[in-house]
Design a protein around this ligand. Structure first.
Ligand code: ZN
Ligand code: ZN
Length: 338
């Protein structure tokens, strides 16, 4: 059997090719029939010129897949055909210094489904058993499709918890910022303020999530935060990746600043004095330390419905258009359906 899939060829380009449908090779392989796969900021970065995230040319990208087990290798014991699964795409080595310390997300020798191994923008994907988690049928397919980005949010908030009544400011109202807002609401946050310069996103988070949306190009952000919170926010999240100074300015004294966005080519100067003088805690958080089971529990609880972020559903043949929609800020989350 063959499948017609987009192959990453480098330089921001995809080319559709006929590839054989993957077959079980290793004992721990699980063959998945993919139902849908979300487009991630990482995919946008992979397809940027120059790229802002590495991926191996010749592979199928995509890592936010939801699917069902079609076949399993000989040693697979946790899954059987028909099981509904989500994917934790980073495959750690289990041998490096960081893996040995239990700091899996800092593994120095990992592979990732959708950047170094064939991913989920395809009708079928071959994934090792250890990357898979079962998810029950009560979670709608489109909610389950946001498992991976949601897991990054759950993982990050494990490092900077939100308490009931906390005022939270999120800089960046893209899909990740919006997931932070949803989880903040579920945590019982007080004011949830979001800033962005893209009007589409601001309107979306205001109308769909009930966040207070602020465009810092039009409104004095600090003034708006102070007007609502008097002293600044308990937690400020930078979901952009170069907003550390705005984040520091918006935190209350003794507050937390969570740095989540990734901009490898930016290095903003840091206002160190403010951090020291006002007892701020600045926390970096990268994808989270094994947040997968908790993320599934959160989805299965029904407390949040991340599918509300899906604004577009496109067939696999229109992956490039989906990427363009997200890049132009005219979509929140785009889901590719198989
Ligand atoms: Zn992702
Ligand atoms: Zn490792």
């Amino acid at each position: 059997m063959m499948m017609h899939v987009p192959i990453f060829v480098g330089e921001g380009k995809l080319r559709y090719e006929d590839r054989p449908t993957p077959r079980i090779v290793r004992d721990d392989d699980v063959l998945l029939r993919i139902h849908a796969s979300g487009i991630c900021g990482t995919d946008l970065n992979i397809l940027a010129v120059p790229p802002a995230h590495k991926a191996k040319p010749g592979i199928v990208i995509g890592h936010e897949g939801i699917g069902e087990v079609a076949a399993v290798g000989q040693s697979v014991t946790s899954f059987k055909p028909g099981d509904r699964v989500v994917i934790a795409p980073r495959l750690t080595c289990g041998r490096c210094e960081y893996c040995r310390r239990g700091l899996d997300n800092q593994c120095t020798d990992y592979q990732t489904i959708g950047t170094t191994l064939d991913g989920t923008f395809a009708p079928y994907a071959l994934v090792p058993e250890r990357a898979l988690y079962k998810i029950n049928d009560r979670v709608a397919l489109e909610d389950a499709a946001l498992f991976e980005p949601l897991s990054c949010v759950v993982g990050a908030l494990a490092r900077a918890p939100i308490h009931p009544g906390d005022n939270v400011c999120i800089i960046g109202a893209g899909p990740m910022g919006a997931l932070f807002a949803m989880v903040a609401r579920a945590h019982g946050a007080g004011h949830v303020l979001m800033s962005d310069v893209v009007p589409y996103r601001l309107r979306f988070v205001e109308e769909v999530l009930g966040a207070t949306a602020i465009n810092p190009a039009e409104t004095d952000l600090k003034g708006a935060v102070t007007a609502l919170t008097r002293i600044g926010c308990d937690l400020v999240i930078d979901a952009v990746g170069n907003q550390i100074n705005s984040a520091i300015a918006l935190a209350r004294r003794g507050g937390n600043v969570l740095l989540f966005g990734l901009r490898p080519h930016d290095s903003p100067p840091v206002n160190q004095y403010t951090i020291t003088r006002y007892d701020l805690t600045v926390i970096g958080a990268f994808v989270g330390l094994n947040p997968f089971v908790q993320t599934i529990a959160l989805l299965e609880s029904g407390l949040i419905a991340p599918s509300r972020l899906i604004t577009h559903r496109l067939p696999l043949s229109e992956l490039a258009r989906g990427v363009e929609l997200m890049r132009s800020g005219q979509a929140m989350k785009v889901l590719i359906t198989m």
